[in-house]
Design a protein around this ligand. Sequence first.
Ligand code: GAL
Length: 365
Amino acid sequence: MPDSSIVHYVTPEHQNSISLSDFVIYYNLNKYIVDNKMLLKINKKLLFAIFMIVITKGFAQIRTEIRPTEIWPDEQGAHIQAHGGGITKVNDTYYWYGEERRQGLDSGKRYVSCYASKDLMNWKFCKDVVQMADPNGQGKGWILERPKVFYNSKTGKFVMYFHLDNKSYKTASVGIAVADKPDGDFTFVKSFRPLGHESRDIGQFIDDDGTAYLIFEDRPYGFRIARLSDDYMNVEKEICLIPQHMEGGAIVHYQGLYYAVGSALTGWAPNANKYATAKSLAGPWSEFKDIAPPETNTYGSQSTLLLKVTGTKGSSVLFLGDIWKPKSQWDSRYLWMPVEIGDGKLWVPEPKPFSIDVKTGLTSE
Ligand code: GAL
């Protein structure tokens, strides 16, 4: 007997007088049609599922490498907005904070984004942890740039330093905002000139012993390195003034030597960034030398951080730079590259895609 669930699409004219062979044909024909309809239905579902997988995978692609200079999509597929940024590691998670410069923001406010990653290649957008209106009368066009977050394990607080200025960069101060968690809302606390000095571009450095330092550009004098207070809420002690006019300051401690990198003062336009070395943060510091072929202007980028990644097999140092696009800041790119470093030499090789294994501390092309 035919399956009662079969819908009879083909009806014999004289159902009562149907022969056995007619019936078999009729039954098979119906079954064929129904099977195909079902197949079509199943296929449609399957196609839809594959389509969805492709769509979501396309956006949430697992990245196995960092591709300097290119659009860098976060896990939702949007270009990462963390310019002039810094990295803070808490347990096994890296947090990347930076200037949020996506289109459509409230022009009276300044925003700092926070992204999280366990491998430095795939970043999840947490949120804009700062969405601040002019905190203390800097006026229209006020500046919040180069946010850097220090995690204080004694107080459990996340302390953000940023360059706070007015439109014409005359305030030259740092601002501090604090949160209880890495992706928490940061609340503005205060602003000041560190140790009474002018401060524009800032950088962060945490030594191997955990001591936290602020690097800041003091226009009349040069590049200053100063230690933060125990609770990180103040800039407490000057460690060194390098009488070199440099910004975008970054420092790494590698195999017993400190390497300081900085950029010349050419605004958004790239220049040939340079480095010097010293056995102690207090100096004496060597002469400054190029970190890349000078004619490339650091491959079009400007330093923001030197990130040391130490794993089971060694340490890699990444140069983190910004490729600024002043007229379309949201499209500004990143130049992250492992540097060749050791014995007093530091060199950023020509940018190319690389991957990093945060467990071993090694990078590979
Ligand atoms: C650069 C600085 C940037 C931004 C820019 C404005 O020198 O590194 O953070 O301040 O100038 O022109």
